[in-house]
Design a protein around this ligand. Sequence first.
Ligand SMILES: [Zn+2]
Length: 462
Amino acid sequence: MQMHRFALLLVALAAFAADTLPPDAEQRLAREIYKEMIEVKSGFTTGATTPIAESVAARFKAAGFPASDIYLGGAIPRKANVVVRYHGAGARKPILLLAHIDVVEAKREDWTTDPFVFLEKDGYFYGRGTADDKAQAAVWVDNLLRYKREGFRPDRDLILALTADEEGGGPYNGVDWLLKNHRGLIESEYALNEGARGESIDGKRVSNDIGLSEKQYADFRLEVRNKGGHSARPVPDNAIYHLAGALYRLSTFTFPFQLNEVTRAYFEQMAKIEKGPMAADLAKVAAGDQDAMRRVAAASPPMNAMMRTTCVATQLEGGHATNALPQLAAANVNCRILQEDSVENVLQALKKVAADGQVAITVKTNEGPSPASPMRPDVMKAFARVTDTMWPGVITLPTMAVGGSDGRYLRSAGIPTYGVEGFFQDRDDVRAHGRDERMMVQSFYEGQKFLYELVKVLASPQ
Ligand SMILES: [Zn+2]
């Protein structure tokens, strides 16, 4: 009897495990596409995305997609984007499935293994781009091919766009270029993109994140010019001292706390994940308690960044000789601005904080505002439903990215964009852009299944 129950339990567990994974043949194909993408050196300064775009285009052609539904092109010949349209019934506006196929550069000598050789080892896939963002690119490709093979007829078009230069590179970013030159190709009701994955703590899945907004990026230059002179005859009026004073005052300054719909929802959900006094404080943060915000901000730099605009000194220059009074001292201050705030407000705040008329402050780069995407009930519900089905007990966590993605171009062009991946990783082991980037093998296949089901729900007749 005992044995019998045990056997039943095993069968149930196996059935459940199978439920979070795609069929074997789909896993094999997704892995093959993924491997091929990882092994193309598509670093945004030295590499090329065109071989990936061409190979993807060929796969769709071979699968019977008409040439008129496959677009290959871009601002620079070696940096092609590929856009593929999967036709639906046209009852609603299309959904855009976005991923970038360029990567941050990776040097062989910095890595334990060759970053451009796809390696499966100890339950992980290793290689540059395994997490950011070729897993999602490969999965989108395989899932579309699978829908086609299975005869899935969505009620709306699905548009796949795999793009160049998300990580930098330019001067024309892939998504921005497509918006400006071929908007019709990617015109859609909303986009699904990278930017929020599943989070595990000590191997236990806790939240599946959905990215709804991101902060605005801006750089400011603080500059002091001075007539200088001989350093043997110093005077109090010194460019470096003026700048240092302003930067010191900046180091002790903080912008006010400000929550919005997305970050409030984030803290409400985080209160359910965290344990102990932190959990109580997070609930208070969601309710707007300033004292709790101060405690949480002091304990967690990422949460601090979720609650306020931040500015920090990142580069310095100044002086022209060891034996001369400086004629120039300058600093770059990088700011990440909440959607409710503005570059102009931040500029005024920086001038006030510097409190020194000799410190000239100018805007150096401003990537422009990117409105938060609304918490659409259809998207939020589908996301939570698929999450609950695949991983019961795992919370759907709305997030605001404190860094940036190509979502900002789409959001500011009026296409709401949702960061959805379903790839789980350890919250404290994020290696994107760093050395030995990796993806858990199981997370890759589960993400494949998650995105397959999610898009299917979103594109099925209501
Ligand atoms: Zn990325």
